[in-house]
Structure formats: structure tokens, C-alpha cells
Design a protein around this ligand. Structure first.
Ligand SMILES: N[C@@H](CCC[C@H](N)C(=O)O)C(=O)O
Length: 318
């Protein structure tokens, strides 16, 4: 049998029987998930990058390790205020880098915990999930799951409020740099509005758009085309989006990116803009709803499907 880990730069010891994994996706944003209650399994960047390699590994945009919150320092801190957040979503990008949060990932994570029988989510109930961006609350929704993603924030608030933009972005395939707004959903995003679908189609996202100034921890870039009319007769706002993810490249979908794209477009649209949005991405459609959170701040709810496609075993070195 071929052992793909033999080709990684940092050989990682897997158990002799191999490491069980599950492959899943949310609107085409795909993940390898492992159940690692004690947090003792491999997680070094070379291992994650090898697993996520689309030619030599399983292939995925991200790697998600399900660890009991009590087993990680970040998780233990969350348990102080939310003892029900038993499981922590340890999220890594496909290149092995750490991210604070993944919106599609948290739905797939919840689905994975339920499928493995280690968590419960009764109809009408909620599942509290620990993440590096705080506790996220997952409920069941029509097409899968809905997640309270918490409040959104401007990364450069002074410029955003004063000028309606805070950065310029050089995007492959477009001749002029475009104005943008940088928004945090726990992880960083830079949202660029384009005038029409033809512009979005000719955008080249095989190289990362160059953002100036770049947010302190780097950024994911969302290119959005607001629908015309922006708001349908049903009162719902609509957008089409493509995304270049930090630590990955262009992906089929990005949940936190869809939330940031809706937040930016809603801000640009001004007073009277709707609370409910549908964001079309190459891999499907996700819902974004703005609401008053329990902390009296404006929160964002993300909804969409979660699919598990296969179980397998990563083979040990040797
Ligand atoms: N695809 C995710 C976001 C994953 C993390 C991102 N690449 C980052 O580095 O912040 C989503 O659905 O939100």
C-alpha cells in the first residue's frame, strides 16, 4: 500500500492501525474531519497539507479536528463561560495554517459529531461548539443547519465609516484596483463589490488578490455582484460571490465570507437594507440573516447544508 505521509517534510506518527477520517462538505467547501477527543493526534502543518493535497492526499480545502474543549487551552478558556461547549472545532486551512473560524466547517462539524454519536441536537435544541472565535450555537434548519456566528466588525472602523471603504484591491483579470471593506467574522475578510456578472466571470483567482492595506492577520477576499434589483419582492437581498481564501486559494464556497459579503453590501446599501440575504457561490447557496443578539449587538446567522460523503483510514508510515 502507498503511504502518502512518507512524502511529507515532517514525518508524522500515525497509530499502527491508521487514522480514521471522514470527508464532508458544505456547498462544495470540503473538509477532512477526524475525531480526536484527547487532542493527541497529528496536527502539524506538513501533515495537514499532505492530507489536504488533492493529488497525493485525500484532498480538501480544510482539515477539522474534533477535540474535547477540556483537552485544549483555547477550549478550556471557553468552558469557563459556556460549560456546554464540550467539543472544539480545531480548524486548519489546506496549507496547514490555523484559522480562527470556518462557517461552512462548523455546520459540517456539527453533522459529523451527530453522525459519530458523540453529540446530540434535538429538534428545537442547540449545540454549542467551541472555536477560536468563541462559542458558536448550531441549530437545525430547513436545508441543514443554522449557526449564530456572533457579531461582525469592521477591521479598519474609522476608514470604513468615514469613506465607506478602507482598502484597494488589485485583482487578476481586472484593469483597475477596486475599493473594498475589510470585515471580521472572527476571521478576516476583504469584500469587493463588482458592477456585473461579466466582471466576476473574468476575474482570475489563481493568484491571491493584492489588498492594500492588508489586515494584520492577512485576509480572505470576497468578490460580490449585488443582484439587480438588490432586494426581491420577497424582501430578501441577493448576491453572487466568488472567494479567494487565505491558506487555500479559490474555493467553491466560504461561509464566513458570505456573512462578510452580506454585511458589507448591507452597509453600502444603507438604511432600509434587508436583514435577510441569499448568497450564491459556485458550490450552491447559503442564507445570511442579521439579528439582535443576546448581548445587544448585531449578530449574523449563517444557514446551509452539511454533507458527509465518505469514511476512510489514513495509512501509517512504514
Ligand atoms: N471556508 C471557511 C473559512 C476557512 C478559513 C479561512 N480560509 C481563513 O483563513 O480565515 C468558511 O466557510 O468560513
Amino acid at each position: 500500500m502507498t503511504d502518502f505521509l512518507a512524502e511529507t517534510t515532517t514525518p508524522t506518527a500515525l497509530p499502527p492501525t491508521g487514522l480514521p477520517f471522514t470527508k464532508g462538505h458544505g456547498t462544495g467547501n470540503d473538509f477532512v474531519l477526524t475525531l480526536d477527543p484527547d487532542g493527541t493526534g497529528p496536527i502539524d502543518p506538513a501533515f495537514v497539507a499532505a492530507v489536504c493535497d488533492r493529488h497525493r492526499g485525500i484532498g480538501a480545502d480544510g482539515y477539522i479536528r474534533a477535540v474535547r474543549s477540556a483537552a485544549l487551552p483555547e477550549g478550556r478558556a471557553l468552558l469557563q463561560t459556556e460549560p456546554r461547549a464540550e467539543w472544539f472545532m480545531d480548524y486548519r486551512n489546506g496549507d496547514g495554517s490555523v484559522s480562527e473560524m470556518c462557517g461552512n466547517g462548523v455546520r459540517v462539524f456539527a453533522h459529523f459529531l451527530l453522525a459519530k454519536g458523540v453529540a446530540e441536537l434535538p429538534e428545537g435544541g442547540e449545540l454549542a461548539v467551541g472555536t477560536r472565535a468563541g462559542v458558536k450555537r448550531v441549530t437545525r434548519s430547513g436545508d441543514g443547519y443554522a449557526v449564530d456566528m456572533g457579531p461582525w466588525e469592521f477591521i479598519f472602523p474609522d476608514a470604513a465609516v468615514a469613506r465607506g471603504m478602507d482598502s484597494l484591491v488589485d485583482i487578476g483579470g481586472l484593469d483597475v484596483d477596486r475599493p473594498a471593506l475589510s470585515i471580521s467574522m472572527g476571521n478576516p475578510h476583504t469584500v469587493v463589490a463588482l458592477a456585473e456578472q461579466a466582471e466576476l466571470d473574468r476575474t482570475e483567482l489563481h493568484r491571491a488578490p493584492a489588498v492594500q492595506p492588508v489586515p494584520p492577520a492577512g485576509t480572505n477576499v470576497e468578490l460580490v455582484v449585488p443582484s439587480d434589483p438588490l432586494v426581491g419582492s420577497d424582501g430578501v437581498g441577493r448576491l453572487t460571490m466568488r472567494v479567494h481564501e487565505r491558506g487555500v486559494g479559490e474555493t467553491q464556497s466560504c461561509g464566513t465570507g458570505a456573512c462578510a459579503a452580506a454585511a458589507g453590501t448591507r452597509f453600502w446599501a444603507g438604511e432600509g437594507a434587508p436583514a435577510q440575504w441569499l448568497v450564491a457561490v459556485p458550490g450552491g447557496v447559503v442564507g445570511v440573516t442579521f439579528f439582535d443578539g443576546p448581548d445587544n449587538r448585531e449578530h449574523v446567522q449563517l444557514s446551509g447544508p452539511a454533507v458527509l460523503v465518505a469514511d476512510g483510514t489514513l495509512l501509517p508510515a512504514g
